[in-house]
Design a protein around this ligand. Structure first.
Ligand code: ADP
Length: 915
């Protein structure tokens, strides 16, 4: 609609788009063309023009106009102010940003139109609204800054001030960051085209359903970041750019007050454990793979935190395991101390249960959105923090560094300024202070003489009102006469219909209501005037005192944030101790070597799921890698065979999860564990078509395999499950073979490789470093029994038919399958003259031992196959007519001659018994 679209018929009436109110709106809107403006009118937020059209669609609201019936009427829709946060959250969830526009002067004081202005902008990744934020999850907005071949990456939780940055060197690493951090919104440079990154940008935008916002490249990053702590070393240009971009963006959304971002933490790539997208998903760290629920994830099992901040820190630690031995030793020392001093830990957890989300409270106070109940919670937290620090400092055996409040300087975490703040808040605030200042009663009695005096006046006023009511009843003889108060008309005397005859002449009628009439008298008006003045003064005084209190909080924001982070980490560590005690976890020994020795390891999630284990989880060892140079025979590569459902993938995952737990600072579910820290964890487990990405199972599988082969180092941990299952048997086996060889002989990473291709068992004979293990099975009354125990050596067979039987496949089909299997095995064994490793007609080349010193690609003899042979083995002669048999024989003979001829030329031998 044209704003100037005058309506000729409307001459003489004001153009609705030209009222002062709409001019005020348009002035504000012109500053925020991209966002939806929530314009405060009385108790509603209204939207106009295109904003109204769009919001009515996105929020399912009725679209109306301001001036019905005119062609140039302004489209509008609105939401009640008390319900606004839900609507705003709906819009931001759909990728839109909202500008919240409030009345910025007191309507009572305003001359003419009340002044309104934008007070904050809510974007998909930036909100400080309690009603919308999940206490246990950080709400990150991230920034990606392409530099050279890599990217600067920064992420900020505006609601808490948590701010991190790092440098990544590839798109895959960038994606890994995005998966772990799960930002709600990503900002990137407008000029990404100029960096030749247009295609990448587009790819990321389509791949990630989060909101993407383009912002200009920051002109002076150092200035933007200048005031932050810990910026001792100069930042790389990428990090500086990303951090400045996201901080500037966040600051631009907060139009009142300053964001309390005081610190930028750098993630050290050298010690950061790489967790790619697949690992995060398949190890079910934060949510289960299929249902995508938190229950059943590792986080759900290990989370024993009792504070919101602790929950967020645990999540962050889990997303960022570390190989920093010093840091891990500190965490493990702390957990060990807490496990030992059980009573203290219990008291500490009780104190922590009284700790509120002060990071978010302080942020809201700094942004002038804080309320009195939040300050009351801040006060309680300070009280609990004091109790906790006393508890830890007073302990006879001083706790290790992470638990000692302030280390050397005992007052570092609870400086006198915080204690003073706690005292002031305790004296100043009413315990049950209301959310809205205007409801009165925020300031406690005895804190301020003026408040006390004004309150006395008000109370006196209401006593006088009661007296007036009584005297008027007596004077008029109207027994049910009552004095009331309405927001619009103020004080009144109400008389019911039946008593109207008794109303004296000095009553002045004000209003007619359903039950009777309302009046005022000069005495009532005088009393009202006095009361109102006292109330107005009282409210103003309370507001002023509240403002003083918030200023006092803002002044100590830095120590408050430090205290908040300390409390959160103590909560995580105490949670680890609780987990260790209840779950019988032990302290892992960490070392800078490539050894892994887990004794009686358990899967942390499966072991607590009685439904999965029938109540009994079977523990297993895992020994991999070199402890020292003298121990060079130790296997680094476990080839795991065994039937479906035997527990292969549970075993592999438990090894990875134990390593991961150790490297976030937790104890581990085992009887003992030596863990040579890993630099990356790779997984390729299970197959699920990623249809949302338009890729087949096999394509996904190969992409993940490629990522592993490119990124793996000697310090990595690799889990591969059923590689090569998505294609034909031969292709699959060939790929599995080559991948296994590469990992075992060249990459030399600690690898767990589960497979159905029993042929791969041959790898163990080819050189050091590969060991065959299998999941033990037994038989009971002719039925397969899973023992869940990892034992040396390959599985004798696949038991596929037995498992099919347990799954309910009909008996006649099973019988037939057994017959076919017997024939296949007989044919192949007879023809190739080999044992069970040649079930599919594979011939394995000479085993060339590979010494650790010789890590060139060695041809270990590619497996060769005969399609004819397998087809022959599968022919069911009983079901063929004589003519069909002759025709088939003719065809196969021809094909086998063609197949054998070139092979004989090449190898000089044939596995075919006929020619
Ligand atoms: P596979 O990968 O060999 O097909 P899984 O690892 O998926 O087998 O295990 C199948 C099921 O067996 C699991 O869901 C779990 O319920 C149970 N299970 C696995 N390992 C154990 C164990 N060590 N102790 C008890 N139950 C187990």
């Amino acid at each position: 609609m044209s704003e100037l679209g005058g309506n000729l018929l409307g001459v003489g009436r004001r153009d609705p788009s030209q009222t002062p109110l709409m001019q005020q709106f348009r002035e504000i809107k012109s500053r925020y063309p991209q966002a939806i403006v929530f314009f405060r009118l009385g108790d509603f937020y209204e939207m106009f023009y295109d904003d109204a059209v769009e919001a009515s669609r996105l929020l399912d609201l009725t679209l109306t106009t301001r001036d019905k019936g005119r062609d140039d009427a302004v489209p509008m829709c609105g939401v009640p102010h008390h319900a606004a946060s839900g609507y705003i959250a709906k819009l931001t969830a759909q990728g839109r940003s909202v500008v919240v526009c409030e009345q910025v002067e007191d309507p009572a004081q305003a001359k003419g139109l009340v002044r309104r202005d934008a007070v904050r902008i809510v974007t998909p990744g930036i909100t400080t609204d309690d009603a919308v934020l999940d206490p246990a999850v950080a709400c990150y907005v991230a920034a990606v800054a392409p530099v050279g071949d890599g990217f600067g990456f920064a992420y900020l939780d505006v609601s808490t001030g948590a701010f991190f940055a790092t440098q990544v060197s590839s798109e895959a690493e960038l994606i890994s960051e995005l998966v772990r951090i799960a930002p709600r919104e990503v900002v990137g440079p407008l000029e990404s085209k100029a960096h030749g990154r247009a295609a990448l940008w587009q790819r990321l935008r389509t791949r990630w359903s989060v909101a993407w916002t383009s912002v200009p490249t920051h002109q002076s990053p150092d200035q933007e970041l200048g005031a932050l702590a810990t910026l001792t070393s100069p930042l790389s240009p990428g990090i500086a750019q990303a951090a400045a971009m996201v901080l500037a963006y966040a600051r631009s959304t907060q139009l009142c007050g300053d964001l309390p971002v005081t610190q930028l933490q750098l993630v050290d790539r050298k010690t950061d454990v790489g967790l790619d997208e697949t690992a995060v998903r398949t190890l079910e760290l934060f949510e289960t793979m299929l249902a995508r629920r938190k229950e059943g994830s590792l986080l759900a099992v290990i989370d024993r935190t009792v504070t919101a901040g602790g929950g967020r820190v645990l999540r962050h630690w889990l997303a960022r395991p570390t190989a920093d031995l010093g840091e891990l030793a500190q965490r493990h020392d702390a957990v060990a101390w807490l496990v030992t001093h059980q009573a203290t830990t219990a008291s500490a957890r009780e104190a922590l249960a009284e700790v509120y989300d002060i990071e978010r409270i302080v942020t809201r106070v700094c942004l002038q959105q804080g309320s009195a109940p939040e300050l009351v919670r801040l006060r309680r937290t300070l009280h609990a923090a004091a109790a906790l620090t006393d508890l830890l400092t007073a302990h006879a055996e001083s706790p290790p560094a992470l638990l000692s409040p302030g280390g050397a300087a005992a007052s570092a975490l609870m400086p006198p300024a915080l204690a003073a703040l706690g005292d002031t808040l305790a004296r100043a605030l009413q315990e049950q202070a209301p959310r809205q200042l205007r409801d009165g009663g925020t300031i406690a009695a005895g804190y301020d003489a003026e408040v006390d005096e004004l309150r006395a006046l008000c109370t006196g006023g209401s006593t006088r009102l009661d007296a007036l009511e009584a005297s008027e009843r007596a004077r008029t003889g109207i027994g049910n006469l009552k004095i009331g108060r309405s927001r619009v008309f103020g004080f009144f005397i109400e008389v019911s219909k039946s008593q109207l005859g008794k109303v004296p002449s000095d009553f002045v009628r004000r209003q007619t209501v359903a039950g009777g009439e309302r009046y005022v008298t000069p005495a009532l008006a005088e009393l009202e005037d006095k009361l109102q003045r006292a109330e107005g003064k009282l409210l103003a005084r309370e507001q002023a005192l509240f403002a003083e209190l918030t200023t006092a909080v803002v002044a100590v924001q830095q120590p408050l944030m430090m205290l908040a982070r300390w409390l959160a980490s103590v909560d995580v560590l105490a949670g680890f101790a609780e987990l260790a005690r209840r779950g019988r976890y032990v302290r892992p020994q960490l070392a800078d070597d490539a050894r892994l020795e887990i004794r009686d390891g358990r899967h942390p999630v499966v072991e607590v799921s009685p439904a999965a284990t029938a109540g009994q989880f079977v523990a297993n060892d895992c020994v991999l890698g070199l402890a020292s140079s003298s121990d060079d025979e130790a296997a680094r590569f476990l080839l795991i065979t065994g039937p479906n459902m035997a527990g292969k993938s549970t075993y592999m995952r438990q090894v990875a999860l134990i390593v991961l737990l150790a490297q976030i600072g937790s104890f581990v579910p085992a009887s003992s564990a030596h863990i040579g820290v890993v630099d990356r964890i790779f997984t390729r487990i299970g197959a699920a078509d990623d249809l949302s990405r338009g890729e087949s199972t096999f394509m996904v599988e190969m992409r993940e395999t490629a990522a592993i082969l490119h990124g793996v180092t000697e310090r990595s941990l690799v889990l591969l499950d059923e590689i090569g299952r998505g294609t034909s048997t031969y292709d699959g086996l060939a790929i599995a073979w080559a991948v296994a060889e590469r990992l075992a002989h060249r990459a030399r990473a600690r690898t767990l490789f589960a497979t159905h291709y029993h042929e791969l068992g041959q790898l163990a004979a080819q050189g050091a470093g590969v060991r065959n293990v299998s999941m033990a099975v037994g038989e009971q009354r002719g039925e397969l029994v899973f023992l869940r125990k990892v034992v040396s050596g390959e599985a004798a067979r696949s038991y596929g038919i037995d498992v099919a039987g347990r799954a309910g496949v009909p008996a006649d089909v099973l019988k037939r399958a057994k017959a076919v299997l017997a024939r296949l095995e007989a044919t192949v064994a007879g023809s190739a003259g080999r044992g069970s490793h040649a079930q599919l007609g594979l011939e394995l080349g000479p085993a060339t031992a590979s010494s650790p010193a010789d890590r060139r690609d060695v041809d270990h003899g590619a497996p060769t196959t005969s399609a004819v042979l397998v087809e022959l083995a599968g022919i069911l002669t009983d079901e063929m007519t004589p003519v069909q048999s002759i025709a088939k024989l003719h065809e196969l003979a021809g094909r086998s001659r063609a197949e054998v001829a070139p092979r004989n030329e090449r190898r000089g031998s044939s596995i075919l018994p006929f020619s």
